[in-house]
Every structure is written in C-alpha cells, then in structure tokens.
Design a protein around this ligand. Structure first.
Ligand code: CMP
Length: 139
C-alpha cells in the first residue's frame, strides 16, 4: 500500500553534514520525497510536535535540542514507507540500531539520533499536518 510518513533530519544531522546522505538513502530505496523544507523551530513549536512525550523525563531536553538549530522536514511516500523508514533509521537508541542503519552510522546519543520518523499512520497524519499544508505536497 502506498502511504506517506513524516521524516525529520534533526539539528545534529544537519550540523554534521549528513543531510545529503540521509536523502540519498531514501531515494536509493525508491522512496519519493513528496514535500521538503528547512525549518528552525522555537521550543514551543517543538513542544507541540512532541506533545505525546510531555510527561517523559527527557521532554525538556528533547525540545531544547530540537529547537537548537535547523532541521529538514520531509514527507516520504512509497509502499509501506512508515515501516521502511523506521527500518532505514534503526532503533531510537543508536547502540541498539542494526548495522548499516542511519542511526547506527551517524547517531552519537539516544537524543541526538539524527532522524525522526512517524511510527504509525495516525501519528504520520498528525506530524505531516503539523509542518505542511496541501499546497506544499507535490506530485
Ligand atoms: P524520536 O524518534 O524523535 O522520538 C522521541 C525522541 O526523544 C527520540 O527520537 C530521541 O531523540 C529522544 N529521546 C531522548 N531520550 C530518550 C529515551 N530515553 N527514550 C526514547 N527517546 C528518547
């Protein structure tokens, strides 16, 4: 089934110059980029995005990090792209991420883990709508 998901290259990924490599991995898997832009979130915007985590102990640190510099936000489209993107990213904790995944290759910390990807169709719908309107989704 063709579906869409939200991907973010986090501030650590942008700062370390792996934007191109992350996008290359998506494209080489046949994933289509249906929308893309750079943003620099305020902490309040990051709090809105990560609202599901607001009771977690890492919420303050996470939203501070996510607003510390520019991110790339993208809508990825393809067959089973929600699961495929999560496979390409690897586990949240880079120490548990499978070899060859984005997080295994580039993450330095459980928080500074280079990329974010939606985990289910419902979260994908919320997350895509958080950053993009219909006119920004192409093709
Ligand atoms: P992400 O997939 O964007 O979803 C929530 C983020 O919180 C996660 O990636 C990490 O960047 C961050 N995080 C920090 N500490 C933890 C933790 N202990 N468990 C899960 N996520 C964490």
């Amino acid at each position: 089934m063709t579906e869409r998901t939200l991907s973010i290259i986090k501030p650590d990924g942008v700062a370390r110059g792996v934007m191109g490599e992350v996008i290359r991995r998506f494209e080489s898997e046949g994933i289509r980029i249906a929308a893309m832009k750079m943003i620099h979130m305020t902490q309040a915007q990051a709090e809105g995005f990560y609202a599901v985590h607001k009771e977690r102990p890492f919420f303050g640190s996470l939203t501070e990090f996510m607003s510390s510099g520019p991110c790339v936000v993208m809508i990825l489209e393809g067959e089973n792209v929600i699961a495929k993107n999560r496979e390409l990213m690897g586990a949240t904790n880079f120490k548990e991420a499978a070899p060859g995944t984005i997080r295994a290759d580039f993450a330095t910390d459980i928080e500074k883990n280079v990329v974010h990807g939606s985990d289910a169709p419902e979260t994908a719908a919320f997350e895509m709508g958080y950053f993009f309107n219909n006119f920004e989704i192409v093709g």
